[in-house]
Design a protein around this ligand. Structure first.
Ligand code: PAF
Length: 284
């Protein structure tokens, strides 16, 4: 497995593969990550390995998607373990640039997906999706992948990136994989590492609300008001967990919906102590 630190190294790799026609079957897959890899990332790398001839994993804690009061400095970093996991799952290359490599001094170009970027997580974390859209654009321009793999856990991020790739005609297909959960239902997240033992139990409120709403929708309840109220009741049973948002939205536009039609996104974000967690389901 090769490790690249600069955009030009990654681009040379990708272009050499194309020139040598090594990638005709399946193309190049990119799995963008911020490191601290867990089983959710492993499932993305495995999926990329199954579909693509060559797989690159990017590891970059992107400063522009964190607000000044957020956890950029303490975000978990575990480069050696991440490389071992990526290699075990079959990655061919790691791209781990420095901040200066991705944001040269004086960097002033940003990618904005108007409207979508201000909804759900974007409403609670102003500027977050501008940072995500910017770094993912830079990664896609550098690696020129055929497919890029993202987890459904960041469902609003997926909506923003799909819009961005379509509008900018970037030519990469966005592939989305289901949420990977612990046995008790907690959605895997690098931020779960912040939770104390008590908070770890309280955090299950999110997946409980998601499962409950999914079950109600599966039994035919389609009224958004009723489903949202049911979710609020579940959070009311665990006052230590503070709701950031609970929403039923169209997954493409992130606009609230009155009727939970198949494909509607039910999304929650909540604070457990000082840790903000998210979870969701795409209703069937
Ligand atoms: O989902 C993430 O880990 C990040 O938002 C991403 C897509 C790697 C961009 O930094």
């Amino acid at each position: 497995m090769e490790i690249f630190r600069t955009v030009s190294e990654l681009r040379r790799w990708s272009r050499a593969l194309r020139a040598a026609r090594h990638i005709e079957a399946g193309g190049i897959g990119l799995v963008p990550t911020m490191g601290a890899l867990h089983a959710g990332h492993a499932s993305l790398i495995r999926a990329a390995r199954a579909r693509c001839a060559q797989v690159a994993v990017s590891i970059f804690v992107n400063p522009t998607q964190f607000a000044p009061n957020e956890d950029y400095d303490r975000y978990p970093r575990s480069f050696e373990a991440d490389c071992a996991l990526a290699q075990a799952e079959g990655a061919d290359a790691i791209f781990a640039p420095s901040v200066e490599e991705m944001y040269p001094p004086g960097a002033a170009a940003f990618v904005e997906v108007a409207g979508l970027s201000d909804r759900l997580d974007g409403a609670s974390r102003p500027g977050h999706f501008r940072g995500v859209a910017t770094i993912v654009t830079k990664l896609l321009i550098a690696a020129e992948p055929d497919l890029a793999f993202f987890g459904q856990k960041d469902a609003a991020q997926v909506a923003v990136l799909r819009r961005m790739v379509t509008d900018l005609r970037l030519g990469t297909e966005i592939v989305v994989f289901p949420i990977v959960r612990e046995q008790d239902g907690l959605a895997l997240s690098s931020r779960n590492a912040y939770l104390s033992a008590t908070e770890r139990i309280q955090a299950l409120t999110l997946s409980r609300a998601v499962r409950w709403v999914e079950a109600m929708a599966a039994q035919g309840e389609r009224r958004a008001g009723v489903l949202l109220e049911a979710a609020r009741q579940i959070f009311a049973s665990e006052p230590a967990v503070r709701i950031d948002f609970i929403a039923l939205v169209d997954w493409a536009t992130l606009e609230p919906t009155e009727v939970a039609a198949p494909g509607t996104l039910f999304a929650v974000a909540a604070w457990v102590g000082s840790t903000r967690l998210i979870d969701n389901a795409i209703l069937g």
